[in-house]
Design a protein around this ligand. Structure first.
Ligand SMILES: C[S@@+](CC[C@H](N)C(=O)[O-])C[C@H]1O[C@@H](n2cnc3c(N)ncnc32)[C@H](O)[C@@H]1O
Length: 229
């Protein structure tokens, strides 16, 4: 009788399979050697697993909301047991960006988040920015990958349709405007460093924590007054 050697079924995102390689190449260029990285909204964990296979010497901390944490942990545990990792992959943390007490206290070299700003409520995006600013070392990087609006306009027909589809499903969802994110980020001490085009009309926004900016207190409420955020 055949012995079952396959991994247990885990959450799987086809989009992650398509975008993980280009994102990985970008991270290779931007992340510091030996950097500690906090990932927000790790989802299926495919990105965390792949990046820890491909990039060496990092310490990668995945995280998710409480209700999906167990699914994420399943993949992370399997990846850790595989012996195929070139970086340290940490046990996932429960982090809802809206809950300052769930954010870790230790400093990170980078915060990475893919495809989350259009899924989390518009009111959560400032909390993501403020939380990242709090945990980043001076000079640390926030990297946001996904589809974004530009000056409140979609950059492609597919992004326009995706935005409409999201807002119909849940009015709290929708593509966020890259320029508005940059303006809000500036108010918590994150300076825009790059806005890089990625395949399939996606982008990576890279923001750096300004060493001259003071620390943001936890729970800081930022104004949400921007029409297309
Ligand atoms: C489309 S999935 C992206 C998952 C993964 N990063 C990827 O690229 O496949 C959006 C993720 O955002 C997470 N998310 C939504 N609201 C959040 C919040 N308030 N705090 C943290 N994560 C949140 C969801 O749990 C989900 O995993």
């Amino acid at each position: 009788m055949a012995t079952a050697t396959a991994r247990p079924p885990v959450l799987f995102s086809p989009a992650c399979e398509r975008n993980k390689q280009p994102i990985c190449e970008l991270l290779r260029q931007w992340l510091p050697q030996g950097g500690r990285v906090l990932e927000i909204g790790s989802g299926s964990g495919q990105h965390a697993e792949f990046f820890c296979q491909q990039l060496s010497g990092l310490d990668w901390q995945p995280s998710e909301l409480g209700d999906t944490l167990a699914d994420l942990s399943q993949r992370i545990n399997a990846a850790k047991a595989s012996g195929e990792l070139a970086s340290v992959l940490e046990e996932p943390l429960e982090i809802d960006v809206d809950k300052p007490e769930q954010w870790p206290s230790q400093p990170y070299d980078a915060v990475f988040s893919a495809n989350t700003t259009h899924i989390m409520a518009a009111t959560s995006v400032p909390h993501l920015l403020a939380g990242a600013a709090r945990v980043l070392k001076p000079g640390g990087l926030l990297l946001l990958y996904g589809p974004f609006l530009d000056g409140c306009l979609p950059s492609s027909v597919s992004n326009r349709d995706f935005d409409a589809c999201l807002r119909q499903r849940n009015p709290a969802m929708g593509l966020r405007d890259a320029r508005q994110i940059e303006r809000q980020a500036a108010s918590v001490g994150l300076r825009p460093l790059a806005d890089l085009a990625m395949p399939a009309h996606n982008r990576t926004l890279i923001l750096g924590r300004d060493p001259a900016h003071g620390q943001c207190p936890p729970g800081l409420a930022l104004p949400i007054s921007l029409p297309c955020l």
